[in-house]
Write a protein of this length. Sequence first.
Length: 674
Amino acid sequence: MNADQRRSVCPFDCPDACGLLVTVQDGRAIKVAGDPDHPITRGLICSKMQHYERTVHSPRRLTTPLLRTGPKGSGTFAPISWDEAIKRICSRWQEIIARHGGEAILPYSYAGTMGLVQRNSGHPFFHRLGASRLARTICSPAKDAGWQAVMGETPGLDQAEMQQSDLVILWGINASATSIHTMRDATQARKNGARLWAIDTYRTPTCEAVDEAFLIRPGSDGALALAMLQVIVNEGLRDQLFIDQNLVGFTEFAQTILPGCTPERMEPVCGLDAATIRRLARAFAAAKAPFIRLGSGLTRYGNGAMNVRCITCLPAITGAWRTPGAGLLCGTATGGAFPLTLLTREDFLTAPTRIINMNQLGTALNGLDNPPVMSLYVYHSNPATIAPDQNAVIRGLRRDDLFTVVHERFLTETARYADIVLPATSSLEHPDLYRCYGSYQAQRCGAAIPPVGEAKSNWNTFCLLAAGMGWDEPFFRQSADDLIEQLLSCQTPWRDTAVTERLRQGEPTLLTPPSTPRGPWLTPSGRIEIRNDREPEPFPCLLPTHAEADGLSLRLQPAVTPHALNSSFYEQDALRDRQERMLLMMHPEDADRRRLQDGQQVLARNRQGEVAFTLHTTDRVPVGTVVTEGVWWQEFLATGTGRGVNVLTSQRLTDRAGGSTLYDVAVEVSAAAA
Ligand SMILES: Nc1nc2c(c(=O)[nH]1)N[C@H]1C(S)=C(S)[C@@H](COP(=O)(O)OP(=O)(O)OC[C@H]3O[C@@H](n4cnc5c(=O)[nH]c(N)nc54)[C@H](O)[C@@H]3O)O[C@H]1N2
Ligand SMILES: Nc1nc2c(c(=O)[nH]1)N[C@H]1C(S)=C(S)[C@@H](COP(=O)(O)OP(=O)(O)OC[C@H]3O[C@@H](n4cnc5c(=O)[nH]c(N)nc54)[C@H](O)[C@@H]3O)O[C@H]1N2
Ligand code: SF4
Ligand SMILES: [Mo]
């Protein structure tokens, strides 16, 4: 490594937490590459990060604190000093607390950075403040809930096992866009002779790279899995010995639920014909080592957790868990490796405060009382763009009596509604400790370059706010490196001293979960729980989506683009140009039926509102489904209402765990008025 090359880690919300090599010249990052010595990255990073230096040194970066001087949303601000900004925030908060109590203040954050210290920096501060708490459930908590209903705390598979599989199923995961190293491993498994399948709702780039893609109706994976289970049981393809030794509740499930789930009955629900469902079931049961990699999209439905629960039964009933290379990977939970309560400090809360679900920000800002939300502090998240029911969120952000502070790298749509904007560092400008959530790697890194302008990290900003509030806890006088050291020096069964030392040195390091994915099963009964009486439904079963009750003709998928990550990366012009504009993909038959033509402006609408798109007719989407990719910054939308796709998504929650239902959307589409 030459003197100018520094190690860093990709901070974005991606399962891989890639190791990076950053070339630094005169305090600026001039090149970013994948670390060839990182065991997952192996030199390969996605196209979004290949020019991370363009994000870090973007002319759009915020470099000083800003005070709003025009109407909310207008983007008119004047620079102020950090001192003044902290003073204004703290004095306004003191007034609000005196009048309404601490719960009138709401923090809002999610996953702008996944580093353990910077991501969790606000928790001790807002606990000490007595603020409302935020349930951070926008991504995929229903996936964990569905897995846990069957498998409890049993850890996930190691992705490397995919190489021993003879049938890899990418189930509801657009791996070529969202998990490129999974895609690389799956492609390698295919070269080794495995068959590769994808199960999705439209023909994604991932579907182009597999042997066979199966397109199903949105939110119908439970129906597909139940029908496969019915075939497996009916045709005697189950592993009865494994079932007897490891499962609880199978016989009753097979007698009461499965008879109603024949492929013929499930065909109209999931949109695959009965013969194909039978073929899938038989091939799954016949495979020596079937490996399912489950994505997150399919969990963002009113029945999301239940659908995952149904899929989780498949490897249990065929006894796939016996065989290396076989099983199901939802994600890896490495929470036990670094005790986060050292950072989050629940003990700073003097009494439990109310919890507000982040998916219902619109309602929280407009409809809450006792107390109303009088101040919103947003950090490393962009709710005006990424949160469901955008019209409600923006209506709330427009409130004149709402005091909004946004800590950001860019003047996002959310920042445009702020009273005070604080400039944030990028990951190259602050230290942190990262862990993958698709495998078991972790890595620490220091700052590679000094802060751009007057930007400050999340942790440093909360330390200033704590001082501004006049608090004297020594906790808020530590550095981010002190906190990292606390996490590392706390011993856990995941790390021996040699592993911890490697982490201290900034090496990519493998953590070892104290138990294995192949048992003992970490459930209350010690068995794989096909029956679970702690759930509202004791058995996996068919549940409806929300959207099917909406009575609208098309199902909308607000899917991801390879050229951005949620609303991040829109600041890079070249990446944004690859997306061209916000398209609505529709099957030609659906377009003909509505007399719509490719390239035309259309409006998609439902009860939350309407959004303008450019129509793109394509048979990549099945009849009855429309798709738009990307979560666009409103300022780049050329047409119509200037609102994005999240106008159409709702605040409804998943069946379990309070998750978002961003994919559970129905719309009507018509021509936009000329
Ligand atoms: N390039 C890029 N990478 C990203 C992101 C990004 O925005 N862009 N976002 C990051 C984040 S925060 C996350 S959570 C992950 C998510 O990454 P993934 O786990 O891949 O999840 P999604 O892309 O949301 O959805 C995966 C696929 O599920 C499909 N799908 C939707 N509904 C259903 C259904 O009911 N059944 C089935 N079988 N499939 C369905 C979608 O069409 C999509 O192709 O990606 C991360 N990585
Ligand atoms: N329509 C639609 N909506 C979606 C999704 C979708 O696929 N489609 N995906 C959903 C999912 S899965 C998720 S996880 C959420 C993600 O939602 P968010 O977590 O809000 O993710 P981003 O849109 O990437 O916004 C992160 C912001 O953090 C800022 N940031 C980055 N690093 C730092 C830092 O160190 N400090 C501070 N203060 N700021 C920083 C970035 O500039 C960026 O504006 O979006 C959800 N919304
Ligand atoms: S976004 Fe994911 S694939 Fe891309 S560099 Fe970051 S961790 Fe790696
Ligand atoms: Mo996510």
